[in-house]
Write a protein that binds this ligand. Structure first.
Ligand SMILES: Nc1ncnc2c1ncn2[C@@H]1O[C@H](COP(=O)(O)OP(=O)(O)OP(=O)(O)O)[C@@H](O)[C@H]1O
Ligand SMILES: [Mg+2]
Length: 312
């Protein structure tokens, strides 16, 4: 598979702030690539280096074989990529339709504001002024603008920020549809569920460095740790087979076990043993490791989980 994007040894310094401390990654054509990291990790700087908005201090970037830091290459790239920035300033006194139509004219397309609005969940709101749109609605409009000229490569910076649950679902469905259409998508997020659901590959970025890269499933396998089960059971005692299947702790009737065994099987073994020995289980909790556990293990930090709800 060809690489749509290749970034090598990229550094970006602002005075004594090092925003990017030598990052290298590539993105295969037709895949969804995620930059996952906390606030200030360098996600936007990396993405904006790929679209010619940030001029790297050193290192190289190639998008579809072209260098976005060179104005001639950038001119050739413009129609081939679409960008949804983290913050987009759109004219407040224009309607969504007027802006979509203006972009359509710029790219030499037939105006299709209603169809574009429907794709991003803005049906019926296309004649609203930007000034009265909610944060999430503005993000959806920005997404429509990124998509309208049907680019091969999409850069989405925190695409679900400010969106409510419905907006996120529309966005994720649209991103999955774009992938099926063969597009290459780079997105930044600090929303674990978004990275998990959408991305073929995830780069964990911390303090301007890439500290891990893999598929979400492999990141969890490599770094997520073991599953754990905890339960309350009066009269419960371990037998030798359960005892050797994990690392147990207990305090009075509250028991916990960390196990490398398939957690569903371990759960069944605990319940069977409790029933046979006459112990009664009053509560039971199974924790399977997820991408959030992997992120914590990789970075030593928790990621901000909450996505601000939009006042839709
Ligand atoms: N123009 C600038 N001048 C000075 N420092 C900057 C500039 N742009 C970014 N930085 C710094 O570079 C670092 C990386 O910023 P960046 O915006 O890339 O982070 P991010 O991962 O996108 O964060 P967020 O999740 O908050 O969007 C931060 O410490 C930031 O303060
Ligand atoms: Mg950012």
């Amino acid at each position: 598979m060809n690489d749509a994007i290749a970034v090598r040894d990229l550094f970006k310094r602002y005075g004594n702030v090092t925003a990017l401390n030598g990052i290298t990654f590539s993105v295969a054509s037709g895949t969804i690539f995620g930059l996952l990291g906390r606030n200030g990790a360098g996600k936007t700087t990396a993405l904006e280096s790929c679209i010619g908005l940030v001029r790297p201090t050193s290192g190289s970037v190639r998008v579809l074989g072209l260098d976005p830091a060179r104005s001639k290459d950038l001119g050739r790239l413009r129609g081939r990529f679409g960008v949804q920035l983290q913050t987009t300033s759109l004219p407040e006194k224009a309607t969504a339709r007027e802006i979509l139509d203006l972009y359509a004219v710029y790219y030499g397309l037939k105006p299709a504001a209603d169809a574009m609005a429907a794709r991003v969940g803005l049906e019926g709101r296309v004649d609203r002024f930007v000034g009265v749109m909610s944060g999430g609605e503005k993000q959806r409009l920005a997404l429509a603008l990124a998509l309208q000229h049907d680019p091969d490569v999409l850069f989405l910076d925190e695409p679900s920020a400010g969106m409510d649950a419905y907006g996120r679902r529309v966005l994720w469905t649209e991103v999955e549809r774009l992938k099926r259409a063969g597009k290459t998508i780079v997105l930044t997020t600090h929303y674990i569920e978004e990275a998990d659901r959408l991305c073929d590959d995830v780069c964990v970025i911390q303090y301007g460095r890439i500290v891990a890269r893999d598929t979400p499933v492999r990141l969890v396998e490599r770094f997520g740790g073991d599953a754990s089960i905890s339960f309350d059971a009066e009269g419960f005692h371990l037998d030798s087979s359960l005892s050797s299947a994990g690392v147990w702790t207990h305090e009075e009737s509250h028991w916990s076990v960390v196990t490398r065994k398939e957690p569903g099987q371990m759960l069944a073994a605990i319940v069977t043993h409790a029933n046979r020995s006459g112990a009664s289980i009053s509560s039971l909790d199974l924790h399977r490791p997820g991408l959030e556990d992997a992120f914590l293990a990789i970075t030593g930090e928790r990621i901000e989980e909450t996505v601000p709800e939009a006042a839709a």
